[in-house]
Design a protein around this ligand. Structure first.
Ligand SMILES: Nc1ncnc2c1ncn2[C@@H]1O[C@H](COP(=O)(O)OP(=O)(O)O)[C@@H](O)[C@H]1O
Ligand SMILES: [Mg+2]
Length: 381
């Protein structure tokens, strides 16, 4: 019931946009009715069960008293013995009715327990291995060595990827959708382990390091931004709640969201709404960039972080990110190729492999896939 309600309420704009209010309402109504029917059934049975047990125990007492009275009258059984029986009977019934109540509780607990255990039993795929050491300081060298990866063994996503990303450089990953660019950066942050090969941070296999220290040194702007339903300041300072207001503003300026925030009625104290509904797509992305910048990690990963930002603002963000290069390693997945012209290296992905690599001018000269993609984009304007 909760799933159905949550789904249809959070998807309400889609429901309205496609004029499916009636069908949605019907679906929710049906789930609610199923819940009501099931609940009523349970209550109905409960209403019979407990009085039923009580009735049977009383019936026992009646039988003992009746039979005892008959035996006392007919065969002279001593009354004390009959009373003794009545006494024993109450001793006997106490645990019986207790057991009945226990059964009812156990049934409920069992139904809930099954679900809880299902969640508890979910295997943790990525965890600290025995002997993992923390990486205290990090220069920001990310290296992929013959990395293979697949979500489903039958379908390899990354094939034998080798890429060395030097500290303080700007590396761009480009290529069509679905080739595995997001997967690649997910491996760098160790959201998954490679099926073959090694991902290294400052020369260490990521699996030799504690997860906390890996994630501390890598700041991530995911493709789907997520904002918490709280103030903008708190959203930006998420990775470093102790950050000063000046630091928050500095990060917001780098992400070019500062001016937008000042225009909001409550400034940095404005509430973003659930999942950030009160912001535009581009604003949400810029808040997410500010959050990652403020984290201050030596490696900054941007996964199509400016896809909803207009070209002009994107150029400005790009300029501030270019300024960060040198002090931080930047890995950016980019759709608009105009943003990667200054990259130290560009890796062009095709079918899970790096088809070409080099700087913008090298790749343009080469006249391969990158050239084709670039010409196509500039022709579109
Ligand atoms: N969590 C996942 N489980 C299974 N398959 C996935 C998952 N994430 C991505 N994929 C698949 O892996 C491929 C590469 O996806 P992705 O790395 O997101 O590509 P890109 O970022 O280059 O568009 C796609 O075919 C996608 O369907
Ligand atoms: Mg992607």
């Amino acid at each position: 019931m909760n799933t159905a309600l949550n789904d249809h309420f959070s998807g309400i704009s889609v429901v309205r946009a496609f004029g499916q209010e009636e069908r949605s309402a019907k679906k929710v109504h049906l789930t609610l009715r199923n819940f009501t029917v099931t609940m009523l059934k349970a209550l109905f049975r409960g209403a019979f069960f407990n009085p039923g047990v009580n009735f049977l125990t009383s019936l026992g007492l009646v039988i003992v008293l009746g039979a005892g009275g008959y035996f006392a009258y007919k065969y002279g059984t001593p009354v004390s013995e009959v009373l003794g029986f009545v006494f024993y009977l109450s001793l006997f019934y106490g645990p019986i009715s207790g057991l009945a109540q226990l059964m009812e509780g156990a049934q409920e607990a069992l139904a809930g327990g099954e679900r809880v255990i299902e969640i508890l039993d979910t295997p943790v795929e990525i965890e600290n291995l025995d002997g993992a050491v923390p990486l205290e300081t990090c220069k920001g060298n990310v290296k992929f060595e013959n990395v293979n990866f697949s979500y489903d063994p039958a379908r390899p996503i990354l094939k034998d990827i080798t890429l060395d990303i030097l500290p303080g450089t700007f590396t761009a990953l480009v290529g069509p959708t679905g080739v595995g660019k997001t997967t690649m950066v997910n491996l760098a942050a160790r959201f998954y382990d490679p099926s073959g090969g090694i991902v290294r941070l400052d020369g260490y296999d990521l699996r030799e390091l504690t997860l906390e220290s890996v994630r501390k040194h890598i700041a991530f702007v995911p493709q789907d931004t997520f904002l918490f339903n709280t103030t903008l300041a708190e959203n930006i300072a998420f990775a470093r709640p102790e950050a000063s207001f000046d630091e928050i503003v500095a990060a917001a300026k780098i992400a070019r969201i500062h001016d937008d925030i000042l225009e909001m009625p409550d400034g940095y104290e404005s509430i973003t709404g659930e999942r950030g509904v009160k912001l535009s797509g581009g604003q949400k992305q810029r808040v997410a960039i500010a959050r990652a910048v403020l984290a201050g990690a030596p490696v900054l990963i941007l996964d199509e972080a400016t896809s909803s930002v207009d070209a002009e603002t994107e150029r400005m963000i790009q300029r501030s990110i270019d300024e960060l290069t040198g002090s931080r390693t930047i890995i950016a997945i980019a759709h608009r190729l105009s943003t990667v012209i200054n990259a130290d290296q560009i890796a062009v992905f095709k079918d899970g492999e790096i088809a070409e690599r080099g700087t913008h001018s090298e790749l343009m000269e080469r006249g391969g896939l990158y050239r084709k993609m670039y010409d196509l984009q500039t022709a579109e304007g």
